[in-house]
Design a binder for this molecule. Structure first.
Ligand code: DQA
Length: 149
C-alpha cells in the first residue's frame, strides 16, 4: 500500500493482474504491476496526489476496499480484470460510493472475445479507458484529475 494523504486516489486491480509481465505479454505487455504502480506514483506526484495501489484475486476483498473508499479517497481507478464481465456485486459496491470512478483496462476489450465486450462496471463509472497498456492507468489518472479540478 502506498502512502495515504489528503489527496489520495485508490487504484484497485482485480484477479490475475499480479501476473503482469509474464501473463500473455502479447496482450498485456511486459510491464509488471509494480512497474505500473511506480509510473503512476510518479505521475500522481506531479499532479499533487498520492496513490493507494492494491491488487486482489478476491472479489470480496475488492468490494471491501470499494466500500471503504468513500472515506479515504478522492477517486477510484479500477481494473477489475475478469470480474468486469461477471460481477454485479462490484457494480453494486461502486454505486454506494459517491466519488468519481474510472474503469481501466490494459487491453482494448472491444477488440477481443465477445464476452469481454460487456462490462457490468461501466454503468457506475464516469468513463472507461482501455487499450493503451500500462499507459491506460496514467490516462485514467489524468481523467480523474480533470474531474476533480
Ligand atoms: C483486463 C481485461 C479483462 O477482460 C481481463 O479479464 C483481465 C484484464 C485488461 O486490463 O485488459 O484480466 O481487465
Amino acid at each position: 500500500m502506498t502512502n495515504v494523504s489528503e489527496k489520495n486516489i485508490l487504484v484497485l486491480n482485480g484477479p490475475n493482474l499480479n501476473m503482469l509481465g509474464t501473463r500473455e505479454p502479447e496482450i498485456y505487455g511486459s510491464e509488471t504491476l509494480f512497474d505500473i504502480e511506480k509510473n503512476m506514483a510518479a505521475h500522481a506526484g506531479t499532479l499533487g496526489y498520492s496513490i493507494d495501489f492494491r491488487q486482489s484475486n478476491s472479489e470480496s476483498e475488492l468490494i471491501g476496499w470499494i466500500q471503504e473508499a468513500g472515506n479515504n479517497a478522492q477517486a477510484i481507478l479500477l481494473n477489475a480484470g475478469a470480474f468486469t464481465h461477471t460481477s454485479v456485486a462490484i457494480l453494486d459496491a461502486l454505486q454506494t460510493v459517491d466519488i468519481p470512478v474510472i474503469e481501466v483496462h490494459l487491453s482494448n476489450i472491444f477488440r477481443r472475445e465477445e464476452f469481454r465486450h460487456h462490462s457490468y462496471i461501466s454503468p457506475a463509472a464516469n468513463g472507461v479507458i482501455c487499450g493503451f497498456g500500462g499507459n491506460s492507468y496514467i490516462l485514467a489518472l489524468d481523467a480523474a484529475h480533470a474531474i476533480l479540478s
